[in-house]
Design a protein around this ligand. Structure first.
Ligand SMILES: Cc1cc2nc3c(=O)[nH]c(=O)nc-3n(C[C@H](O)[C@H](O)[C@H](O)COP(=O)(O)OP(=O)(O)OC[C@H]3O[C@@H](n4cnc5c(N)ncnc54)[C@H](O)[C@@H]3O)c2cc1C
Length: 444
């Protein structure tokens, strides 16, 4: 069966090829040079990889930097929340990798498959052996739909979507538009995730959409989360509970999605507090936030911790064993909420750490765990959560950010994408820390 999903994936690939063929040629692409040693090698050309590539270019010169990245398209993933709710398009969220690659930097268009950190070398799928003086690992995380019985094949059915993947985000919007009557079910897995808020943002948007279209009275909206809390930081969790109550949303804590019977429109959840107990929810719409895990390529690399994540110092981002290896973003074991906002703050610290290490000095700048989550609560409001390692709010603006705000919605939908493409990816945006100080008259 040539499914809609398969066709969609083929279309995305075709689109990638078109964009690639008209790409800019300011950087040098793979296969044109036999050079296999770089002063700095960056693994992964996502948010953290491109940003660090740009910063390293300024530090050591473009010809001494290589970025290993297999994809021809780069996506601003935070926009997918709005794509799933129909207020942005998928094409607005992506640009060709060539166009975001720092000019002059070598793009090795392949996938790293093996590490030899004792020899300062990595190996790529295309058979290249690349040695480095300094290595920055920015490999992101892996989605594991296959850990839920019935998926990923169940995602080919209608009425089910997932904002976390390029191939399924538009299916969320279709399911929302086609909703007639019944349960709209949203899941949150029992693994670390990127942007923990995204799993519930789509629930609030669904509620808003149904109110706008007159379908709300026919919908029973259910958020089943593996967590024992609605959100990890109490200040924002309290605000979200108020919204949940006032909008008649049903939240079940410690419920973990384990099976999807897409042909019957049934989702099976395990009660994590009562081992062996499961509950079946019929659905008219299902949004899946999949289990997530570290990049499998790290397994057995001697760079990973016991959980498989890149093992870095939580303040300096330097690897705990190999002093010329550094990590950034979702692939690391930094004990903070994984987000692009966290990546931005990490780039400033890592830039400084690498400068110091290059000078054989002790890293001195410390990452405080800053991360942020614009909790979209409707088509024009956001609660802007910002916090540190200890779950203490670290708010940029001198207002109570746990209150729903229209201005914060515009920040999320209109300003942050610009900050991402033109600031973060160019190595010019290291998070709002300095602005926070100014906004709070030097008091924070
Ligand atoms: C639906 C959704 C909503 C989100 N909302 C927000 C939000 O509102 N705010 C926010 O701050 N963040 C948000 N995020 C999270 C944010 O997008 C990520 O945390 C951020 O992109 C992480 O950056 P990264 O560089 O660590 O990983 P990524 O940007 O995912 O990049 C990893 C890169 O590594 C490459 N790669 C993988 N394996 C290999 C390999 N073997 N060899 C070479 N390259 C490889 C990949 O192709 C990819 O380009 C959201 C994410 C999603 C999915």
């Amino acid at each position: 069966m040539a499914s809609a999903l398969t066709q969609q994936v083929a279309l995305v690939r075709k689109c990638n090829r078109c964009l690639y063929s008209v790409r800019s040629h300011f950087h040098t692409s793979s296969g044109l040079s036999s050079k296999d040693h770089y002063k700095v090698v960056v693994l992964g050309g996502g948010s953290g990889g491109i940003a660090m590539g740009a910063r390293m270019k300024r530090k050591v010169g473009a010809e001494h930097v290589a970025i290993v990245e297999p994809s021809e398209m780069h996506y601003y993933q935070p926009m997918w929340t709005l794509v799933g709710a129909g207020s942005k398009t998928i094409s607005a969220s992506g640009r060709s990798t060539a166009s975001v690659m720092p000019s002059g930097v070598k793009w090795i268009k392949s996938r790293v498959v093996k590490f030899a950190p004792k020899n300062n070398t990595v190996f790529t799928e295309s058979g290249k052996e690349i040695s480095y003086d300094y290595l920055v690992v920015a490999l992101g995380l892996q989605l594991h739909y296959e850990k839920i019985k019935g998926l990923p094949e169940g995602l080919e059915y209608p009425k089910i979507g997932s904002n976390y993947s390029l191939a399924t985000v538009e299916k969320t919007w279709k399911a929302l538009q086609n909703f007639k009557e019944g349960n709209a079910v949203f899941s949150f897995p029992n693994t670390p995730v990127k942007c923990a808020g995204a799993a519930q943002k789509i629930m609030y948007l669904t509620d808003s959409y149904m109110r706008k279209t007159g379908k709300r009275s026919k919908a029973n909206i259910i958020y089943n989360t593996s967590l024992p809390v609605l959100f990890g930081v109490k200040k924002y969790a309290d605000a979200l509970w108020e919204i949940v109550k006032s909008r008649d949303l049903n939240v079940n804590l410690r419920h973990n999605l384990i099976e999807v019977r897409a042909d019957k429109q049934e989702a099976v959840f395990a009660n994590l507090d009562k081992p062996g107990e499961t509950k079946v929810f019929e659905y008219e719409m299902l949004h899946v936030t999949p289990p997530m895990g570290p990049p499998t390529v790290l397994k057995g690399s001697s760079l990973e911790d016991e959980g498989g994540w890149l093992d870095v110092n939580k303040e300096t981002l330097q690897h705990k064993t190999f002093s010329n290896v550094f990590g950034i973003g979702d692939c690391t074991n930094l004990p903070t909420s994984k987000s692009a906002a966290a990546v931005a703050a990490q780039t400033a610290v890592l830039d400084r750490t690498i400068t110091k290490v290059m000078k054989k000095e002790k890293p001195d700048k410390k990452y405080d765990g800053y991360t942020s989550c614009p909790l979209v609560t409707s088509y024009n409001t956001v609660i802007l959560a910002e916090f540190d390692y200890d779950g203490h709010p670290l708010e940029t603006f001198p207002v109570d950010q746990s209150k729903e705000s229209r201005i914060m919605y515009h920040m999320k939908a209109d300003i942050m994408p610009h900050l991402y493409w033109h600031g973060l990816l160019r190595g010019l945006w290291g998070g709002p820390g300095p602005y926070r100080k100014i906004m709070h008259l030097g008091m924070k």
